[in-house]
Design a protein around this ligand. Sequence first.
Ligand code: SF4
Ligand code: SF4
Length: 319
Amino acid sequence: MANVLWLQGGACSGNTMSFLNAEEPTVVDLVTDFGINILWHPSIGLEIGDQVSDLMKDCISGKIQLDILVFEGSIVQGPNGTGTMNYFAERPMMDWFKELAEVSQFVVAVGDCAAFGGIPAVPPNPSESTGLQFLKKDKGGFLGKDFVGKSGLPVINLPGCPAHPDWITQVLVAISTGRAKDILIDNYHRPKTFFTTFTQTGCPNVNNFAQKIDGGFGKRGGCLFYEVGCRGPMTRSSCNNILWNRTNSKTRANHPCLGCTEPGFPHNDLEKGSVLKTMKYLGIFPKDVPTGESHLKYYIRAGWEKVLPVNKTLTESSK
Ligand code: SF4
Ligand code: SF4
């Protein structure tokens, strides 16, 4: 049994939509079968007005035990560190969040904005947004690098734009069923279960990647790395193993992976002409190479493979 409070900061509600789309288990299953008691959620909570602020005050005072504080969206600190750009229940949301995080057993950041600042934190960052415990790759964020919840764990980050529903429900279930010790996290506080392999793992275009056969946005067959900016080889996610809607993924549908589970998202900071395009040196060499490869070695090997006179076989996605 776990009491869950879900709040939103600088958010688009995309992670809420993802959560409500959960299938195995559904959100209803979480409540009926997995001991999740949703104290309040902005979209499905019944309480309004003072009822919500009273509930939060009861959590802060300890009258209601707060087991899991889920936060969606960035922490808005603007203008000038006051947080008044994001008011909630007559206070800056960041003030509510800080006091609630201090009494919560677990704090879970859902989505890239809560984890790392995401799109709101792109320079010049007018809302002074940050993630809960990271600002992009830098540890610290709003709560500071030493923050741990009452359970002893730091913020658990479930990045993604949005996070996959299974990533959210599995972590909530692990906590509510007393298996929180199974949640092993990486350097960016992401559960290793979901964020050890790369988006590329399970992508039907890997043969094309290896053979250096170009694909194109929305075009069947070919790899999206060389021209349209696919970040599958640099992005840790399980998107091609735990499929979306149990059916598909971006790269299976021939849309490049945007790297939304990495702290650098949005990569190239949404500069004009940088979206769905491979950034290159000298118009030839991809600026970003697969994680773990040295640039020079990759360029030599890939250049050789690209011009190799072998029979290349185009593989098409079945989706
Ligand atoms: S489409 Fe993307 S994820 Fe798939 S093989 Fe190419 S680079 Fe990797
Ligand atoms: S495929 Fe890439 S951009 Fe899409 S959800 Fe997965 S990690 Fe994010």
